[in-house]
Ligand binder design. Structure first.
Ligand code: PLP
Length: 437
């Protein structure tokens, strides 16, 4: 497609995978956002499902990839494929440059002060396990408290549970109200002298609630407590600035930001990462090895044992270049329009209840339809080409809070359209008809 201001070209994003350029200045909110041109960049969107044009509304689970990301990975495998850091040959030097360039792209994306504070991981799950294992476990004592919220994804619950089980620490949980908003007073009350770490999702994947992480971090720091932010659902929608947040750890997954699966990043403050023992042992993460003892490589390599996902990192850099060129503010404005349209359209449907009505909400709607199991809703929508998710969304505690085993969730991304929102509403009317028979 011809170069334009709303859709980054494949070549510009791909080339910045190996030599990241400065971030694109953000354009005026939603000005000239041409969603059709954006959609042209995503090959997977142009297919039908069960004889209907695909409406992909499962972006909370994973996003489709722009041509720029696919091309960047193909380019890497066709031209630069080599292991990084130790090679003396041309391909290894190019692969190393691309890998280091990808780290610089992530550093910029997160607003991190230094590349030493950016650790490549498989995704948020691995990032939180790393922190629970290497930061929390050595510090936790019996009766210490790990403070989480009722809205957390299992990835921000189970690693802490494992750490608690080994150390005798306990989990404390900040409840939410009926809208799905955290009770801040309760948070302040639970933030006690035994709290050793706070873990909070920036955006809830089950309800869409945007949590007041900045205020939560400030309150925790006032008590000397570090905070880990799970940014899995925030990174595709919100500009992240770890320095402005002043969070201690921040994690995101590439595949939710239009990048490849199997790659993500953990930001950690250098002083904390420095003081933490390695998470895994092996090649890459050592300075010197003898059978008596080993010493560790400098940050961030200390936490990157083994051959890294070089192609994934290259693809992630291309994804970051893509969303930055589009502009996160414009993406957020476009998605907000979709959220408002979906909320209004679904509110008109008899028997449908939206679960999660926070005032500050990301672009997803979780809902239940009276008398129809969420899985049946999802299946009937699928037959109409509409891809949504049904289930507990790996957030069983929040489902329990609302007395539900499951919901159906439509989650919107930068390429979704108002026509797809209308298709969702029409599809749900059909679900009603099927179950009224
Ligand atoms: N946290 C949240 C809020 C999520 O939505 C997800 C994935 O859906 C995760 C963590 C886990 O991410 P990953 O599976 O990429 O590690």
């Amino acid at each position: 497609m011809s170069p334009d201001t709303t859709s980054p070209t494949a070549s510009s994003a791909a080339s910045s995978a190996s030599a990241p350029s400065a971030p694109a200045p953000s354009a005026p909110v939603a000005a000239g956002y041409d969603v059709e041109r954006v959609r042209a960049d995503f090959p997977a969107l142009h297919q039908s499902a069960h004889g209907h044009p695909l409406a992909y509304l499962d972006n909370g689970a994973t996003t489709q990839k722009p041509r720029a990301v696919i091309d960047a990975e193909v380019h890497f495998y066709e031209h630069d494929c080599a292991n990084v850091h130790r090679g003396v040959h041309a391909l290894s030097e190019r692969a190393t440059r691309a890998f280091d360039g990808a780290r610089a792209a992530v550093q910029r994306f997160l607003g991190a002060p230094s590349p030493r504070e950016v650790v490549f991981v498989r995704g948020v799950t691995e990032a939180i396990n790393l922190v629970a294992h290497s930061y929390a476990r050595p510090r936790l004592r019996e009766g210490d408290e790990i403070l989480l919220t009722q809205l957390e994804h299992h990835a921000n619950i189970v690693p802490w549970q494992l750490a608690a089980r080994e150390t005798g620490a306990v989990l404390k949980v900040v409840p939410c109200n009926d809208r799905g908003e955290l009770l801040f007073e309760e948070y302040l009350r639970l933030l006690g002298p035994r709290t050793r770490i706070v873990g909070v999702g920036h955006v809830s994947n089950a309800l869409g609630t945007v949590n007041p992480v900045r205020a939560m971090i400030e309150a925790a720091h006032a008590q000397g407590v570090p905070v880990l932010v799970d940014g899995a659902q925030a990174a595709p929608h919100v500009r992240i600035d770890v320095q402005a947040l002043d969070c201690d750890f921040y994690a995101f997954s590439g595949h939710k930001v239009y990048g490849p699966t199997g790659i993500g990043a953990l930001y950690g403050k250098e002083t904390l990462l420095d003081a933490m023992p390695p998470y895994q042992g092996g090649g890459e993460m050592i300075r010197r090895v003898t059978f008596q003892e080993s010493t560790w490589a400098a940050l961030p390599m200390k936490f990157e044992a083994g051959t890294p996902n070089v192609a994934g990192a290259v693809g992630l850099a291309a994804a970051i270049a893509y969303v930055e060129a589009l502009g996160l503010e414009r993406i957020a404005a476009h998605e907000h329009t979709l959220l408002e349209a979906a909320t209004a359209a679904l509110a008109d449907l008899p028997g449908l209840r939206i679960v999660g009505t926070a005032r500050d909400k990301a672009s997803l709607v979780s809902f239940v339809l009276e008398g129809v199991h969420p899985h049946d809703v999802g299946t009937i929508l699928d037959r109409q080409g509409i891809a949504v998710r049904a289930g507990h969304h790996c957030a069983m505690p929040v489902m329990e809070r609302f007395g539900l085993p499951a919901t159906t969730r439509a989650s919107f991304g930068l390429y979704n359209t108002l026509a797809e929102v209308e298709a969702l509403a029409a599809g749900l009317r059909k679900v009603r008809e099927v179950f009224a028979r």
